[in-house]
Design a protein around this ligand. Structure first.
Ligand code: NAG
Ligand code: NAG
Length: 387
C-alpha cells in the first residue's frame, strides 16, 4: 500500500471516529475527580463534567455512578450545544447538613436547558432534618429547581428530606415527570413535594409523594398541568394556590387531576386564595377519579385564607370558575368532608359535583358552602350545598 492510501484509510477511520463521537458520549464525574466518599464536596467535579456535556456536539450524558456524593451546591446551566443531554444519576447526591453552606433559593438548579433528560434511579438527599423548624436561612432552599427549561423529562428519581421544597418548577414549558418518589416526614415543615409556578404543559404521572406540606402545589401562572396516578400522603394534599397575596392577576387554569389517591392527608384537593383585594382567576380545573383514604378535608375551596389574621375581612377578588369534581370517593377523617368557602365579592361559579361518595367513621358526612354556585349530579354524599 502506498502512503497515500494509508492516509486515506486513516482519514476514513478518523471520520468514523468523529461521527460516532458526535452521536454519543458519556462523561463520568469520576473522570473529573468526583469522590463517592460521602464527605468531599463534588460541586466542581460535577460542574466541570456538565460543562463538557453541554459543549459536546451531540448526544451526551453526565454519569453519576452508584455511591454517595456530597455536593455543596450546583447550577447546571444551558443553553447547550444541541438538545440531547442526559443527567444520569445512579447514586445519591447529598446536601451538606448545615443549610448555611448554601443559604440560597435552591441547592441544585437546572436552568436554560432545552430537551434535558434526568433519570437513573438516583436520589437527591436534602439532609433536612437539622434545618426543619429553625431559621438559619431567610428561607430554606429547594432541593432541585427547574428554571426556564423546555421539553424536559425527569423520570425514576427520588428526592428525600429536602430542607425546603423538594422540586420547584418555575417558568418552564413541556415538562414530564414520571416515576418520581418524594418523601419527608409528616412533621417536617414546608417540605412541599413539587411546586409549579409560571409554567405550562407540565405532566406528573405515576408518582408517589409524601411530605410535611403540599404534595403538589400549583401557584400563579400554572397552566395546562396534568397530574395522573399520583399517590399523595402524608402531606397537605394537592393544592392550587395560594393566589392573590402579593401580585395582581394571578391566574391558574386548565388543570387536570386524575386517578390520584390521598392517604391520611390533611387536605385532599384544595384551592386557596388570600382574603386580600388582589384580583385573579382560577378556572377550568377538573378533579376526577380520586380516592380519599382518611383525608381530613377531602374537598376544600378556601377563599378566606388569612393565616396572619390581618386581612381586614375583605373578600378575595380571585374569581374561581368552572371547577369540576367527578367521582371522588373514599373516607374523610372529619365530619365536614366538603368545604366551599368562596368569596362574597366574587362567588365561585360553575362548580360541578358529580358522583361524590365520602364517608366518615361516625355520623354521616356533611358539606359547608358559602357563595358557591353550581350544580350537583349523581350520587352526593355528603349532600351538596351548592346554590
Ligand atoms: C391534559 O389532559 C387533558 C384531558 O385529558 C388533555 O386534553 C390535555 O391535552 C392534557 N394536557 C397535557 C399537558 O398533557
Ligand atoms: C383511572 O381509573 C379508572 C378506574 O379505576 C380507570 O378505568 C381508568 O383507566 C384510569 N385512567 C387513567 C388515566 O389512569
Amino acid at each position: 500500500m502506498t502512503s497515500k492510501s494509508y492516509f486515506k484509510i486513516a482519514f476514513i477511520l478518523g471520520l468514523i471516529f468523529v461521527c460516532t463521537n458526535a452521536q454519543e458520549k458519556v462523561f463520568n464525574v469520576h473522570s473529573y475527580g468526583a469522590k463517592a466518599d460521602g464527605r468531599t464536596d463534588n460541586s466542581k467535579a460535577f460542574l466541570n463534567g456538565w460543562r463538557d456535556v453541554c459543549k459536546w456536539n451531540g448526544k451526551a450524558t453526565l454519569l453519576i455512578p452508584l455511591g454517595e456524593y456530597v455536593v455543596n451546591g450546583a447550577v447546571f446551566k444551558g443553553p447547550c450545544n444541541g438538545w440531547d443531554k442526559t443527567f444520569e444519576m445512579r447514586g445519591v447526591i447529598k446536601a451538606p447538613i448545615d443549610p448555611k453552606v448554601f443559604c440560597n433559593e435552591y441547592w441544585i438548579l437546572f436552568k436554560y436547558i432545552d430537551g434535558l433528560k434526568i433519570k437513573g434511579h438516583g436520589t437527591f438527599d436534602g439532609q433536612g432534618a437539622c434545618a426543619w423548624g429553625k431559621h438559619q436561612c431567610a428561607t430554606l432552599p429547594y432541593t432541585v429547581g427547574f428554571y426556564f427549561m423546555n421539553n424536559f423529562i425527569v423520570h425514576d428519581i427520588h428526592s428525600i428530606n429536602s430542607k425546603g421544597v423538594h422540586m420547584n418548577i418555575f417558568s418552564c414549558s413541556y415538562g414530564y415527570f414520571r416515576h418520581i418518589k418524594i418523601s419527608a416526614p409528616d412533621e417536617s415543615p414546608n417540605t412541599d413535594g413539587i411546586r409549579i409556578g409560571n409554567s405550562n404543559n407540565i405532566r406528573i404521572v405515576d408518582s408517589n409523594i409524601g411530605t410535611g406540606d403540599d404534595c403538589i402545589a400549583m401557584v400563579a401562572g400554572s397552566q395546562s398541568i396534568n397530574i395522573t396516578r399520583v399517590t399523595c400522603g402524608p402531606g397537605h394534599g394537592i393544592s392550587i394556590g395560594s393566589l392573590g397575596k402579593l401580585t395582581k392577576n394571578d391566574v391558574v387554569k386548565d388543570i387536570h387531576i386524575k386517578n390520584c389517591t390521598f392517604i391520611n392527608t390533611q387536605n385532599g384537593v384544595r384551592l386557596k386564595t388570600w382574603a386580600l383585594s388582589m384580583n385573579g382567576m382560577a378556572t377550568n380545573i377538573a378533579f376526577e377519579d380520586i380516592i380519599m383514604i382518611k383525608s381530613s378535608n377531602p374537598i376544600i375551596i378556601d377563599q378566606q385564607y388569612c393565616p396572619s389574621g390581618n386581612c381586614k375581612k375583605q373578600g378575595s377578588l380571585v374569581q374561581v370558575k368552572d371547577v369540576t369534581y367527578k367521582n371522588i370517593r373514599g373516607s374523610s377523617s372529619s365530619k365536614v368532608a366538603v368545604i366551599l368557602k368562596c368569596s362574597a365579592s366574587r362567588p365561585c361559579k360553575g362548580i360541578i359535583f358529580k358522583d361524590i361518595d365520602l364517608v366518615y367513621n361516625g355520623p354521616a358526612t356533611s358539606s359547608y358552602c358559602e357563595h358557591a354556585i353550581g350544580k350537583a349530579i349523581g350520587i352526593q354524599l355528603p349532600p351538596s350545598c351548592l346554590i
